[in-house]
Design a protein around this ligand. Sequence first.
Ligand SMILES: Cc1cc2nc3c(=O)[nH]c(=O)nc-3n(C[C@H](O)[C@H](O)[C@H](O)COP(=O)(O)OP(=O)(O)OC[C@H]3O[C@@H](n4cnc5c(N)ncnc54)[C@H](O)[C@@H]3O)c2cc1C
Length: 421
Amino acid sequence: MEHYDVVIVGASFAGLTLAHHLPNQLRVLVVDAKPAAGSTVESTGLITTKTYQLFKTFFPIDDYITNPISAICVVAPNFTDQFVSQTREPWIYQTDTKALVRALAQSVPSHVTVQTKTVFVDAKDTDNQTVVTLQTQGEPARQVACRVLVGADGSHSKVAQESVGLDRNNSFLFGFERVYFGKVTLGPIPAETIYHYWFGEFSLGYGGWLSPTVVDGRPAYRIGLAKLMRERGKASELLKKFTQRLIDDGTITLDGSIDSPDYAFGSLIPIGGVLKHTLAGNRVLIGDAAGYCGAFAADGIKGSLASAKIASELIPRFLGGDMCALTELPRRMDSDYALIAYYRRQMRYRWIWDQMKRDRSFTALFSIIQREQETFVDQFCDSKDTHRSLMWTVLKVKHSMLLGVCGCFVLWDMIFPGRSS
Ligand SMILES: Cc1cc2nc3c(=O)[nH]c(=O)nc-3n(C[C@H](O)[C@H](O)[C@H](O)COP(=O)(O)OP(=O)(O)OC[C@H]3O[C@@H](n4cnc5c(N)ncnc54)[C@H](O)[C@@H]3O)c2cc1C
């Protein structure tokens, strides 16, 4: 049986960041079920300025940025009313997700082995070590031994499922995205704008997005929506309708057929908040597996990098005999990155958003935000970097009338969630 110090399940943002940071005296194995690291990546891949800086400390991230984004365009449920909020400096970056994850895997240090087409099946604890069963495609199942097992295997973590004492995510959005060749034409600087569609009744739970990008040197865009789990079956059909609508109103052009995107994927986004138990003995969860994802904004890349970086400092201490070292991880997510406070705020926004059921409630909130368009980007979109709160954008005396109206609509939605207005 092969022996490793650390086995990491999941070769994506969290697992590969950890692999880059573990000290080189450790023998590390990273496994992933996919045919190759980065063959598919279930993420739009927008990263904030701080996440960009985190990447820069260990990886040439500039090579994988397709376009910096300095503006957000918010579109109301009627698809007509919209505003653009802009900053001078980029506040997020669109990445080439597949190339990025592929390069992260290819550039791991020599003490790390990355093995794809390999599924984590289960793990059993014996004296001082854990025996992990792996199934590589086309080969018989095999076992490897390790001293630390890391679940960096995403929202539906198998490591969490197979480990007594680890919690699992149990509340999700279903995100569905397609990448098309074509152009975006809405607003003053489309190539630097991220578009958020407040669908309301059309897509309860989140809404839709449109993010211009470049694929193989050609203009392209990522278009997607996220749905509540109970409506996930409708995601593909609704995304097609959404795309067609934007083609019809001239917001986007499409090179090719709506049924033949360059790339398409769907995946679960954890929105239940940070899990309570992310550590059990020598097993630890990081990234989405631990619930380090914004419940409202559905953003998890920063949490993946942050938790991986912290884990890379704590695992060597744990292996050196400090059995409590890993328990510091959640606390360090807050003290080093202020992320736990951010995730708590995100849970509050999620709660309010989930109460809203009708277009008129979303439209009322939109009309308040619209009045704050000058500073909207500053106050909201990068709030996990700047530690600002969306609440202060909305809760102002000058908005009291509109807040009253919005409050009444939301209250109505809460009392009569199932009826249309
Ligand atoms: C549609 C969509 C759009 C998003 N857009 C953004 C965005 O723009 N910005 C942002 O910050 N966040 C975004 N997110 C969230 C973000 O993608 C995740 O938070 C992030 O990918 C989590 O990284 P991770 O490494 O923890 O897990 P993942 O990226 O989910 O990777 C988990 C890996 O584990 C592997 N794996 C799973 N089970 C096993 C097993 N049993 N054996 C072996 N391997 C296994 C998988 O193949 C996968 O490669 C989006 C999510 C979705 C669904």
